[in-house]
Design a protein around this ligand. Structure first.
Ligand SMILES: Nc1ncnc2c1ncn2[C@@H]1O[C@H](COP(=O)(O)OP(=O)(O)OP(=O)(O)O)[C@@H](O)[C@H]1O
Length: 322
């Protein structure tokens, strides 16, 4: 088996807040292979964005990385000095954000925003930088790219702004793209256009993608593998077909039952009951899903919970799996 492009191992992250310590991520582990598209799925508050920001090195200053390793092509990015990490970000790994309009600088022409990234990471001269920025706009299929170079974000639709976000992220041909809810807030047709574009660019460049979303239906359409997160834990990881057809974790099964396009009959559709536990609690149980789970056993509360193999490329962190 070839080494993964990105390997996140036992990542534990807390936040210090005025109301106490928030235990956001605990022992989060997953891999992304070269050219692979993975989905990181979970309800709001499950720690998807904090995971992404930790990988990118853009965490809020209130965060503390307690332990873990993030290896990119074998090098632990958490051990890089600030300059090396700044060079790595944007060149080797990039991120696009949920709200393209707020992610862009509102008072700078979009062409200049793309050019800034190219100038930061390559030795190209000004004229070459402009040519590369136009090429980046063409690559994300922006009509009339030379004219669009001078446009400001407010002059563009949400879909076009997200394409600009993708052009900025991909300007230096990174090996990894993290797409954090890239289609939230866009209409359904534009969502499909953006996701098709990300998939096509990933395939053209052999680029890996981590798609962060709460939308399991979207992930099942675009991802090779899926990582399910609940309250800062990775609870199940498997190939997409295995998640959809033979999920083992009760939380994954609940997520599947809450997606209209993934249930056979409409009367099987169910909302996910209960709330995520308060992550400020000092007595968080080993399984953070236990208090919402109808398969809970006394063993669920005993000792640290580890992910166990559940088939080829399939792991589950549950003492009473399906
Ligand atoms: N700066 C911060 N200070 C304190 N807690 C934080 C901070 N940022 C995030 N958190 C907490 O971390 C937890 C995970 O948040 P995160 O944004 O990663 O969730 P998410 O799964 O990405 O949700 P969403 O889909 O809503 O973006 C939440 O409980 C959140 O309140």
């Amino acid at each position: 088996m070839t080494a993964p492009l990105l390997s996140v191992q036992n990542l534990t992250v807390d936040f210090t807040t005025r109301s106490g310590m928030v235990h956001v991520l605990e022992d989060v582990s997953f891999n992304i292979g070269a050219g692979e598209i993975i989905g990181i799925i979970g309800e709001s508050g499950s720690g998807k964005s904090v995971t992404a920001y930790t990988v990118m090195g853009i965490l809020d200053p209130a965060a503390r990385i307690r332990s873990g390793r993030i290896a990119f092509e074998g090098t632990d990015v958490l051990q890089m000095d600030r300059r090396a990490r700044d060079n790595w970000r944007g060149k080797e790994a990039s991120i696009i954000f949920q709200n393209p309009r707020t992610a862009l600088n509102p008072i700078r022409a979009v062409g200049d925003q793309i050019a800034d990234v190219i100038a930061r990471h390559t030795p190209a001269r000004a004229a070459e930088v402009r040519e590369q920025a136009i090429a980046a706009l063409k690559q994300v299929r922006i009509p009339d790219p030379v004219r669009r170079m001078a446009a400001f974000p407010f002059e563009l639709s949400g879909g076009l702004c997200q394409r600009i976000g993708i052009a900025i992220a991909l300007a230096c041909a990174p090996k990894l793209l993290i797409a954090d809810e890239p289609t939230t807030g866009l209409d359904v047709t534009t969502q499909a256009v953006i996701m098709d574009l990300i998939r096509a660019l990933a395939s053209e460049r052999g680029m890996s993608v981590a798609l962060i979303t709460h939308d399991l239906a979207l992930a099942s359409e675009y991802c090779d593998r899926i990582v399910i997160m609940h309250a800062g834990h990775v609870v199940e990881t498997a190939r997409t077909t295995d998640i959809i057809t033979r999920s083992r974790h009760p939380y994954t099964a609940r997520l599947l039952r809450s997606v209209p396009s993934l249930v056979d009959q409409i009367d099987e559709l169910q909302a996910i009951e209960g709330l995520l536990p308060d992550l400020r609690r000092a007595d968080l149980p080993p399984c953070r899903f236990a208090e919402r789970c109808d398969r809970r056993l006394p063993a669920c509360d005993a000792g640290k919970l580890e992910a166990a193999p559940a088939g080829t490329g399939h792991t589950v962190a549950c003492r009473n799996p399906l």
